[in-house]
Design a protein around this ligand. Structure first.
Ligand code: ZN
Length: 128
């Protein structure tokens, strides 16, 4: 509910800003979002709301790209290669022991998948 209220405030703010720029609000409404259409001083009709939303989406997309960039930086290993491999070996050992005791099919699958992932990670570390 809070979001709807915020959106309404946004809409009023947007409309006010457009009018300050010299645009006029038309009697027509946007076919996409239903927001009143505006006409700028040059006579171009446009929907402010769709324009703002598009910009916002682009910004969000940029933010996501930024976050992904940050993630990439973090792929540098925290542990040294050998320590990492030792930890993985220990975990794989532990998982094999668990697997030996496990009789539930779903759990067996889960453990096997985890072992597979750990082995893959281990071979990746070894290659470097
Ligand atoms: Zn629109």
């Amino acid at each position: 509910m809070k979001d709807v209220e915020n959106n309404e405030v946004d809409v009023i703010k947007i409309a006010a800003r457009e009018m300050l720029k010299g645009s006029k609000m038309l009697g027509e409404h946007c076919k996409v979002c239903g927001f009143p259409l505006f006409e700028d001083i040059k006579g171009n009709k446009y929907c402010v709301y769709c324009k703002v939303m598009k910009k916002r989406e682009e910004k969000e997309r940029d933010d996501i790209i930024e976050i992904n960039k940050e993630d990439k930086k973090d792929t540098m290993p925290f542990y040294s290669k050998d320590t990492g491999i030792k930890i993985l070996e220990r975990k794989i050992d532990y998982l094999f022991k668990k697997l030996d005791e496990e009789y539930d099919v779903a759990r067996i699958m889960e453990i096997t998948d985890t072992i597979k992932a750990l082995l893959k990670l281990k071979s990746k570390l070894e290659k470097r």
